[in-house]
Design a protein around this ligand. Structure first.
Ligand code: 5GP
Length: 189
């Protein structure tokens, strides 16, 4: 699905660094409901363990789990791939590991955005080594036209252009995570 631009107005406190609306709050919530329905259908017999990737996926995760009508379990990992910059370093560091065991579990990784795919590629190998019954990915955003190492993503919320974006959990230096939609960032990182 491709994001379409809507006439949603950017909040005034953020407007000086925020450009066009990539995905409005209404578009996000209706797509998250659809993703929840898809996951409910696909995992009806095998409720998954959802693994959220902190911090960016926290807002998406909290809405997504309430759109899934199954007894899902939830855990989080924290990885760092960008530091404070807006360019991928290619270096992935685990800041917080999982608490849950993965053997005999169907695992669904919940990511905010797949850019180069380096983070996802690393996480797949890392979690796959713990021998889950299955390992799939649900990404809210997927950047088009970017050289990536990982393309096998079962659930994608929106395909978006390669611009740096903020909002709905995504930040710049910890700011703008609380915007309800996804917006192009136009400030200095
Ligand atoms: P990748 O490894 O796919 O290049 O990057 C994945 C991670 O980089 C994401 O989980 C996210 O934390 C960060 N990232 C990638 N693109 C963006 C973006 O447009 N905005 C923000 N705020 N973070 C991004």
């Amino acid at each position: 699905m491709t994001a379409d631009n809507s006439a949603h107005v950017v909040p005034s406190w953020a407007a000086h660094e925020i450009g066009e609306t990539i995905i409005s709050p209404d578009q996000v919530s209706s797509r998250v409901r659809e993703l929840g329905a898809d996951i409910t259908r696909d995992y009806a017999d095998n409720p998954p363990l959802l693994v959220g990737v902190l911090k960016g996926a926290m807002v998406f995760m909290s809405d997504l789990i309430r759109a899934i009508e199954l007894p899902v379990d939830v855990d989080f990992m924290a990885v760092s791939s960008y530091g404070a910059s807006t360019k991928s370093s290619g270096v992935v560091r685990i800041v917080k590991d999982l608490d849950a065991e993965l053997s005999n579990r169907h695992v669904l990784i919940v990511e905010d955005v797949v850019d180069t795919g380096l983070t996802l590629n690393y996480l797949r190998k890392y979690l796959g080594a713990r021998k889950p019954l299955s390992l799939e990915v649900c990404a809210l955003l997927f950047k088009e036209e970017i050289q990536r190492v990982e393309q096998d993503i079962r659930y994608i919320g929106f395909s978006i252009p390669a611009d740096f974006v903020v909002g709905y959990g995504l930040d710049v230096n910890e700011r703008y995570r609380n915007l309800g939609g996804v917006y192009k960032f136009t400030g200095e990182a």
